[in-house]
Design a protein around this ligand. Structure first.
Ligand SMILES: NC(=O)c1ccc[n+]([C@@H]2O[C@H](COP(=O)([O-])OP(=O)(O)OC[C@H]3O[C@@H](n4cnc5c(N)ncnc54)[C@H](OP(=O)(O)O)[C@@H]3O)[C@@H](O)[C@H]2O)c1
Length: 212
């Protein structure tokens, strides 16, 4: 499949490119600066395209079958940018995908996005942005998968996860394992039109996904 990756230069995005290099998929990496291109191609991007989620990205998405959204304004920006990128940027990309006939959209959301007001106060604007984007995706008519990781770490991945529609206990997960989950979702239809939480666990990623 031709996969459009928003957030390809990010930490999960770069792990995903490495994982995808071993797959049959073509990874088109959205970047904001031309100098990000060579390194991402080295990692595994089939091609890089310039664009900004705060603008129209339709030109950059031409010919793709699937979108993976793993972008985010990050912890150092204010709430305005969180709305602009995590919410409105995601929504714009979904609407563009649908208008272009791209049928599948895989979203990196966050645990607790289901009930933002139950999250820590300082994260509520972020959780609401994720929540609103997820709700838009669910109603979009796109074939969606919403992946809701717990707290991300830079530990080496174990390839083993706990994956459920709704987990009661918050947990952590290495970014590398989130990337593995995204690739497994891409290669399966088990998670079509599904939402799930994921943290580190005991089950190999593909088995955990098959048991969803
Ligand atoms: N931190 C956590 O514990 C946690 C938990 C659950 C879920 N998440 C979610 O996980 C996802 C990825 O996390 P991460 O650690 O990989 O994030 P990251 O390293 O901060 O990467 C974010 C990426 O988004 C890109 N981006 C930001 N604004 C953009 C724009 N306007 N147009 C195009 N691209 C833009 C950045 O581009 P540049 O490289 O050009 O800056 C960067 O590549 C995010 O959606 C985040 O909300 C995080």
């Amino acid at each position: 499949m031709h996969v459009f990756i928003a957030g390809a230069n990010g930490q999960i995005g770069q792990h995903l490119l490495r994982e995808m290099a071993e797959s049959d998929h073509e990874a088109r990496a959205l970047i904001r600066h031309p100098d990000q291109g060579p390194e991402l191609q080295q990692l595994g991007a089939t091609e890089t395209v310039l664009g900004d989620l705060e603008q129209d990205c339709s030109e950059a998405m031409k010919g793709c079958d699937v979108v993976i959204f793993t972008a985010g304004s990050g912890p150092h920006t204010g709430p305005d940018k969180t709305i602009d990128v995590d919410q409105d940027g995601a929504v714009r990309l979904m609407d563009t995908a649908r208008a272009m006939g791209i049928k599948r959209f895989i979203m990196v959301s966050s645990m607790r996005a289901e009930e933002p007001d139950k999250g820590p106060e300082k994260l509520r604007h972020y959780l609401w942005a994720k929540h609103n984007a997820d709700e838009h995706l669910k109603a979009s008519g796109l074939n969606y998968t919403i992946v809701r990781p717990g707290q991300l770490t830079n530990d080496e991945g174990t390839g083993k996860v706990l994956l459920r529609e709704k987990l009661d206990a918050f947990g952590k997960i290495p970014r590398q394992d989130v990337a593995r989950v995204l690739l497994a979702v891409l290669d399966s239809d088990t998670a079509d039109n599904r939402v799930f939480d994921v943290v580190s666990g005991e089950r190999p990623v593909s088995e955990a996904l098959a048991e969803l």
